[in-house]
Design a protein around this ligand. Structure first.
Ligand code: MTE
Length: 402
C-alpha cells in the first residue's frame, strides 16, 4: 500500500514534494495567525522517507540504545527516561535549513525542493535533557562526537547525524530527548514515540524516531550528514556538488547553528491593500517573525520601504513577554523552563505600524534582523548548491492598482 496512508495529516498543509515522502508547510499567513505556538497539525514536516509504523504496543517497547565510547552503556524505554531523569518542557522553534529555498530556486535551481518561509514552527517540547542522559553513561575521553540514528529506513540506511560531544553535554544548549509536543505524545510525522530536539541548530539535527545514540571518536558517517546539511561555496554548482565528493567531505561546510533570519507575514505576497485612506494618520501594521541560531537573541528588526536607503525600527515581542502566566512544575509538562535560561531558543514576532500614505508611495517592503553577535541579514542572496540557509532581506513587492 501507499506508505504513510495511516498517518493523520491536516489538509491545510501544502505538500512540497508530491505524494511521498511527506514534506509540507502551512501557508505563511496560516502559520503566523496561529500565534507564537504552532498547533501540531500545522507544524512543518520534513521526512526523507516513510514514517515508521509505531503503534501503542511498539511504543511501549521502544528502546533507545546508548553505547560506544562510554563506561555504562544502557538501553532506555521512554518510561525509563521519564523515571530516571528530570522531566522538563522547553518552548523551541525548529527551522528547516531549506526554509526560504524557493527564493533561491527562482534565481537558479538548487539540489533541494522549494520551501516557502513557513519551514519553521514553534512548540513546547517535553522530555529529558540529553546532557543528563549522556552523563549517566559516563562518556570516555575519546568520545568527541555523539552520533544519532532514527528508525526510518532510507535508501542509504537509517537517518543519521551527529553533534560535537562538548555541545551535546552542555545543558545550556537545551538538547532534549522528547516524547511530547504541545502537551501530547508526538505525532507520527514528528517522531513518535521519541525524538531528539536540538534548539538553535538546523532542523536536520533533531532526529525523529530515535533508536540509537553512540559516543564516538568520529562524526556521523551517514550519507545525509554529509550530503544534506551543507552550505557549499557559491562557485560550486549543483552538478559539480553532486559529482565531486571533495565538496561534501570538507567539514568546514557543515551547518550547525541557524543563521539570523526574518520574514514578513502581513501583508502576504498577494494581499490587496487599501490604496488610500481618508485620514493622514491611518496606519497599516506590518508583521512577521525573526529568529537567530545558537541560542542567540534577535536584538533588532528593521523595515525599509525604499530598498534599503532608509530603515525604521520594528517592535519585537519576545517569548518571555508571552509566557509570564505559564506555571512551573506541571504534572504533564514537568518543570517548564521558560525564562530561567539566558539563551533564546524561539522565534520572536515583530510589528511595525506604517502610514498608509507612505505605503502608497512605496514599491516594496523589506525586513532584516540582527542578532546579538551583530550578524545582520544581507541584502544579497548567498546562492548555494544545496539551497540552504537563505537569509537575504525578505521582500514583499507592492503592486499598485491604478
Ligand atoms: N529524523 C529522521 N529520523 N528522519 C528524517 O527524515 N528529517 C530531519 C529532522 N529529523 C528527519 C529527521 C529534518 S531535515 C528536519 S528539518 C526535521 O526533522 C523536521 O522535523 P519535523 O518534521 O518534526 O518538523
Amino acid at each position: 500500500g501507499t506508505p504513510d496512508k495511516w498517518v493523520p495529516r491536516d489538509p491545510r498543509m501544502v505538500r512540497l514534494t508530491g505524494k511521498h515522502p511527506f514534506n509540507a508547510e502551512a501557508k505563511l499567513s496560516d502559520l503566523y495567525s496561529q500565534g507564537f505556538f504552532t498547533s501540531t497539525n500545522l507544524f512543518f514536516v520534513r521526512n526523507h522517507g516513510a514514517v515508521p509504523e509505531v503503534d501503542i504496543e511498539k511504543a511501549k517497547n521502544w528502546q533507545v540504545e546508548i553505547n560506544g565510547l562510554c563506561n555504562n552503556p544502557v538501553s532506555f524505554s521512554v518510561d525509563d527516561l521519564r523515571r530516571t531523569f528530570e522531566v522538563i518542557t522547553i518552548p523551541i522553534t525548529l527551522v528547516c535549513a531549506g526554509n526560504r529555498r524557493k527564493e533561491q530556486n527562482v534565481v537558479q535551481k538548487s539540489l533541494g525542493f522549494s520551501w516557502g518561509a513557513a519551514g519553521i514552527s514553534t512548540a513546547l517540547f517535553t522530555g529529558v535533557r540529553l546532557a543528563d542522559v549522556l552523563n549517566f553513561v559516563h562518556p570516555q575521553k575519546g568520545a568527541k562526537h555523539v552520533v544519532f540514528e532514527g528508525a526510518d529506513d532510507l535508501p542509504n540506511g537509517h537517518y543519521g547525524t551527529s553533534q560535537l560531544a562538548s555541545w551535546a553535554r552542555d545543558r545550556k544548549r537545551g538538547m532534549l530527548l522528547a516524547w511530547a509536543m504541545n502537551g501530547k505524545a508526538l505525532e507520527p510525522d514528528h517522531g513518535f514515540p521519541l525524538r531528539l530536539v536540538v534548539p538553535g541548530q538546523i532542523g536536520g539535527r533533531s532526529v525523529k524516531w530515535l533508536t540509537k545514540i553512540e559516543l564516538s571518536s568520529i562524526e556521523s558517517q551517514h550519507h545525509l550528514h554529509f550530503h544534506d546539511n551543507k552550505v557549499l561555496p557559491m562557485p560550486v554548482g549543483p552538478d559539480q556538488a553532486r559529482a565531486e565528493t571533495q565538496w561534501w567531505y570538507d567539514p568546514r561546510y557543515i551547518i550547525r547553528d541557524l543563521n539570523v533570519n526574518s520574514a514578513i507575514a502581513t501583508p502576504d505576497h498577494d494581499q490587496v491593500l487599501a490604496a488610500t485612506s481618508d485620514s493622514e494618520e491611518a496606519t497599516f501594521v506590518l508583521q512577521g517573525y525573526a529568529y537567530a541560531g545558537g541560542g542567540r537573541r534577535v536584538c533588532r528588526v528593521e523595515i525599509t520601504l525604499d530598498e534599503g536607503t532608509s530603515w525604521s525600527l520594528a517592535e519585537i515581542k519576545y517569548p518571555e513577554d508571552l509566557f509570564r502566566e505559564v506555571t512551573h512544575d506541571d504534572p504533564v509538562y514537568g518543570r517548564i523552563d521558560l525564562t530561567e535560561e539566558d539563551t533564546c531558543f524561539c522565534w520572536c514576532f515583530w510589528s511595525y505600524a506604517v502610514k498608509v500614505a507612505d505605503l502608497s508611495k512605496a514599491s516594496s517592503i523589506a525586513v532584516r534582523a540582527m542578532d546579538e553577535s551583530l550578524a545582520l541579514q544581507p541584502r544579497d542572496m548567498y546562492w548555494n548548491a544545496t539551497g540552504m540557509m537563505n537569509n537575504w532581506w525578505f521582500r514583499v513587492v507592492i503592486h499598485h492598482l491604478d
